[in-house]
Ligand binder design. Structure first.
Ligand SMILES: [Zn+2]
Length: 273
């Protein structure tokens, strides 16, 4: 084996974080899902498979999800569809469970779920019943704050069933949810995942912007939110453009170094920010 010379610093992946799992979505450039995943292997730790459309994703074949993806040095989670048939929680869960099975060969166990709209929050009951009946843990289901639900209506289910949650920073800013979410944090618990993006020029999820478009006040809030995430949580730069990912990553790394314990900071000293 050839040993490369180095300057004394530990080798670190170009886009790694010291205490968190760095993730990217399965769409960062034009191309197939498999092409995107192969590109991301070695660049990030985990991929969030974007199963946004129920019908199209249920129809995925071995060509769309080739078996050799399992050999890539990656962990995986699934972003469940945005068009689930709420308020029918049972039916929504059936679709979600079929999609989980499709990606089972990758070892994906966790899923991000856009909950039903606030007024239909009780539809979660049926969803969770089916999910756990299939042998899946409530903690593997991460509810995300969306335009239609800032998660506070979901608190009874999050607390009673031990569901996880995924904080979408861009949604939080875009939909004016900061105060409500910060107030609810003691009941929500720690975020298992954070989606990092800035409210984009076109608004909505399609307009996810890079972190360098955040204002100084938003950056200060981002750093505070970053520090809330426990060790081992997933930091997903939810940007659908690799250029935006590359531009945003230094901000995540800076927060990582600022919020890491002194020992971890020492190991990473000298790395370019
Ligand atoms: Zn998100």
């Amino acid at each position: 084996m050839k040993i490369q010379k180095h300057d004394g610093c530990l080798p670190v992946k170009p886009f790694g974080l010291s205490r968190h799992v760095l993730a990217a979505p399965s769409w960062v450039m034009p191309g197939s899902l498999a092409e995107n995943c192969r590109f991301l292997a070695g660049r990030v730790d985990e991929i969030g498979l974007l199963f946004f459309e129920s019908k199209a994703c249920l129809a995925y074949t071995r060509q769309d999800l080739p078996p050799d993806l399992a050999a890539l040095p990656l962990s995986w989670h699934i972003h469940l569809p945005l068009d689930l048939p709420w308020p029918n929680g049972r039916k929504a869960a059936e679709i979600a469970l079929r999609l989980m099975e499709k990606a089972a060969f990758l070892g994906a166990r966790r899923a991000v779920l856009h909950p039903p709209a606030a007024e239909n929050a009780n539809a979660l009951e049926g969803f969770i019943r089916e999910w756990t009946r299939a042998g899946r843990s409530p903690a593997s289901l991460l509810l995300e704050n969306t335009a239609a639900n800032d998660l506070t209506p979901c608190l009874p289910w999050i607390q009673n069933h031990g569901l996880g949650f995924c904080l979408d920073f861009g949604h939080m800013l875009l939909y004016g949810q900061t105060a409500a979410l910060l107030r609810a944090l003691p009941e929500l618990g720690s975020p298992a995942m954070i989606h990092w993006n800035a409210p984009g020029p076109s608004g909505g999820s399609a307009g996810h912007g890079g972190l360098n478009s955040l204002s100084p006040a938003e950056l200060a809030l981002g750093r505070r939110i970053f520090a809330l995430a426990p060790k081992g949580s997933v930091m997903m730069a939810e940007l659908f453009d690799w250029r935006l990912f590359e531009e945003s990553f230094p901000i995540l790394r800076a927060w990582d170094l600022q919020t890491a314990p002194a020992a971890a900071r020492g190991l990473s000293a000298g790395l370019p920010l």
